[in-house]
Design a protein around this ligand. Structure first.
Ligand code: KE4
Length: 411
């Protein structure tokens, strides 16, 4: 199947990390089905799945309530390109859950949501510059695919061919968890700064929690410079708390980017914030943003089937308890960093405070760990720089299987 895929799809995959090259495999896993905390490959092998499609599946694969809602919606049509009641209901769930969001626009991917939030911030402030943090990923947006130049807080360099340098010249890249560097960047570029965008708990360099005072400092730097604070909560939204990291840490951003869990596993993402900012969007405002499948009836049905269940606070007690049990199982095998139901086992003595620390991990050893766990029926992220995602489908049995496979690895 991979040979056939390679003839038809670049690299045989529709997203690079799936190729599993970062963990030393020359052939990726092809999944036939998922069920609860498990996936099954084309050869019928079953694995405890800690990737869970990179975060969307808080109730596990093929969760019955979600499937039933999608089937019921599909029987009434799959897309209309016109407003539906479900879009309004999903918007209401998001507004009710996420403290800083008064209005929300639904889109189809996290990339689209981040791109739109940046455009809106630039319009609202009539400024061009964006400050982002090395190791944070906000989708493959031209302006945000910028890596740090030499030095600490520098104008970004395109991190991919095909991106004009004049696009990333407006992007400043600073080290995560470094308040002084961020303050220096704002002091140097602040008058032209439209926004600071940050993963409030970083997930794309492995789990790197914000150190005490980091998010508060970013809020203060935005207030002092007139820039907007954008929280990219595509991973953390509805995961680290019902109201995301902004609820957990008590910091209020100006715009929030959401995805993954918000769509219940279907293609849906969103961006939202105060009405005075969001109302700049077309058609009422002059900032253009659009999408054929935005608010798609199947995705909104899946999102509603999930988000409505998150009103039960026991959900987060359970996620925290299971996350803690996973952390205890991982701890003897490396340096673990966890926030709620997202964790990473780093091949280092730790701590991992930023991207440089993460890059210093023994990625060869992580690759060996990945291959060993896969051979023992446990599927973790095929990259050291990703998360393990705990769901309500992961119980003691799945954690025990993982602990046993890990014990064999060290043996
Ligand atoms: P998508 O465009 O992939 O839906 O979302 C982009 C995005 C935005 N913001 C954050 C914080 C994200 O983590 C992501 C996407 N996450 C990656 C894995 N960490 C998706 C996996 C992939 O690229 O295949």
């Amino acid at each position: 199947m991979y040979r056939r895929a390679l003839e038809l799809i670049p690299g045989g995959v529709n997203s690079p990390v799936r190729a599993m090259r970062a963990v030393g495999l020359d052939e990726p896993l092809f999944v036939r089905r998922g069920e609860g905390a498990y996936i099954e490959d084309l050869d019928g092998n079953r694995y405890v799945d800690w990737v869970m499609s990179w975060g969307p599946l808080l109730f596990g694969h093929a969760d019955h309530e979600t499937i039933a809602a999608v089937v019921e919606a599909a029987e009434r049509g799959t897309t209309f390109g016109a407003p539906t009641e479900a879009e309004v209901e999903l918007a209401a769930e998001i507004v009710d859950a996420v403290p800083s969001v008064e209005k929300v626009r639904l889109v189809s991917s996290g990339t689209e949501a981040a791109m739109s939030a940046v455009r809106l911030a630039r319009a609202h402030t009539a400024r061009d510059r964006i400050l982002k943090f090395a190791g944070c990923y906000h989708g493959h947006v031209d302006a945000l695919l910028a890596s740090a130049g030499s030095g600490v807080a520098t104008l970004g360099l395109p991190s991919s061919p095909g991106i004009p340098t004049r696009v990333t010249e407006h992007t400043i890249v600073s080290p995560y968890n470094d308040v002084d560097a961020a303050a220096a960047a704002v002091a140097r570029y602040g008058e032209g700064l439209a926004a600071i965008i940050v993963e409030p708990v970083a997930g794309n360099m492995g789990v790197v929690p914000p150190e005490r005072g980091f998010l508060t400092a970013l809020r203060r730097l935005c207030d002092g410079s007139g820039a907007l604070l954008i929280f990219d909560e595509v991973i953390t939204g509805f995961r680290v708390a019902r109201g995301g990291a902004q609820e957990r840490f008590g910091i209020s951003p100006d715009l929030t980017v959401l995805g993954k869990i918000a769509g219940g596993g279907l293609p849906l993402a969103a961006f939202g914030g105060r009405s005075e900012i969001m109302d700049r969007l077309a058609p009422g405002g002059d900032v253009y943003q659009a999408g054929t499948l935005s608010g798609n009836p199947l995705a909104t049905a899946a999102g509603l089937a999930v988000l409505r269940r998150l009103r039960d606070p026991h959900v987060y007690d359970e996620l925290e308890a299971r996350g803690a049990r996973l952390e205890a199982a991982l701890a003897p095998h490396g340096h673990v960093q966890r926030v709620g139901a997202m964790a990473t086992l780093f091949m280092t003595d730790g701590p991992v405070r930023n991207f440089a620390d993460a890059q210093a991990c023994d990625t060869d050893r992580y690759g060996a760990l990945f291959r060993h766990l896969l051979a023992h029926g446990v599927y973790v992220a095929p990259s050291q720089f990703e998360c393990m995602f705990v769901s309500l489908a992961h119980g003691d049995e799945e954690i025990e299987r993982t602990a046993q496979a890990l014990a064999d690895f060290d043996g």
